[in-house]
Ligand binder design. Structure first.
Ligand code: BJW
Ligand code: ZN
Length: 251
């Protein structure tokens, strides 16, 4: 199991503001497939090919089938030990901000209270023509791409596709949190999708101590202060049980 470096213990002991930036890898141990890599969700389709509005207009049935399948997976799974450990971090710092690229709602379900969803939430849906909101119960029994009860427009999941802007408030608050972070964790993300992937660098430039947790090195690893290699569902509980306990002893 990963050792807790004395540097990390000392940073955690003093930190009032901690930011946790997560990607698909943190939900992998809950049973949500990741996007890239050999076990990736997108081995048949590249995310850039399916997760964009043109693909949806061209082939709404394919994109609906794809999201319906993922909605069913996400509705049937639970947060894992990694999500719960992050929620418990709130006992140790004044501010813990979770910034997630994930759309699966698992951080909130695990009890994290400040969560910025940069790429939306798969449980929400809206009409592309009139904007009317639909929850999953209203549309999940549709085999074909669902249509709006008000205007017959296509209904899409409230997620951010390629070429679309991130929700402005969530983004601005995430940048502010990254700039204020004393310790910044980047967990389970390949760090290749922008602008989200710029957050670790924003935090680093502002002076945060950057810790990456991943099962393998990423494009960002060489710029992190510390890289903990392993599963987030194992490393994060260890961090809480061992590293935080060491930090508490030194207060
Ligand atoms: C574990 C583990 C375990 C596994 N424990 N670890 C050229 C250069 C730069 C940028 C661009 C460019 N061309 C276009 C762009 C912009 C584009 C972009 O960044 N493209 C790049 C891919 C090149 N970005 C956008 O378009 C964004 N919008 C934007 O820029 O707006 C401005 C604009 C407006 C108009 C025109 C142009 C620009 C929007 C991006 C939206 C991304 N959306 C998706 C889909 C969301 C909906 C859905 O889920 O269906 O978001 S794509 C997909 O990737 C999803 C994810 O959130 C995102 C990031 O993936 P993530 O989370 O990192 O997952 P993986 O699979 O890549 O990595 C998992 C990691 O976990 C791996 O490292 C594993 O090792 C690890 N792991 N198990 C710990 N147990
Ligand atoms: Zn409508």
């Amino acid at each position: 199991m990963t050792q807790c470096s004395t540097r990390l213990i000392s940073k955690l002991k003093d930190a009032q503001s901690v930011v946790v930036f997560t990607g698909a890898g943190i939900s992998a141990e809950s049973g949500v497939p990741t996007f890239r890599g050999n076990d990736g969700l997108w081995t048949k389709f590249k995310p850039e090919e399916l997760a964009n509005v043109d693909a949806f207009i061209r082939n709404p049935e394919l994109v609906w089938e794809w999201y319906k399948h993922r909605k069913q997976i996400i509705a049937s799974i639970q947060p894992n030990a990694g999500h719960y450990a992050l929620a418990r971090m709130e006992q140790f710092h004044k501010h813990v901000t979770v910034i997630t690229q994930n759309i699966d709602n698992l951080h909130r379900r695990a009890g994290s209270t400040t969560v910025h969803e940069l790429h939306g939430n798969i449980e929400h849906n809206y009409c592309i023509d009139c904007g009317k909101y639909f929850d999953d119960q209203e549309i999940m029994n549709h085999d074909r791409a669902p249509r709006c009860s008000a205007c017959n427009g296509l209904i899409r999941p409230d997620v951010v596709w390629f070429g679309e802007l991130l929700p402005v408030e969530e983004w601005n608050e995430s940048v502010t949190a990254a700039e204020r972070a004393e310790v910044f964790f980047s967990i389970g993300t390949s760090a290749v999708v922008y602008p989200a992937a710029s957050l670790p660098m924003i935090a680093r430039r502002a002076g945060a101590y950057i810790v990456e947790i991943n099962i393998e090195p990423t494009e960002f690893s060489s710029r992190a202060d510390e890289v903990l290699l392993g599963k987030s569902g194992e490393i994060l509980p260890h961090l809480l049980e061992v590293c935080y306990q060491s930090a508490l002893k030194h207060i």
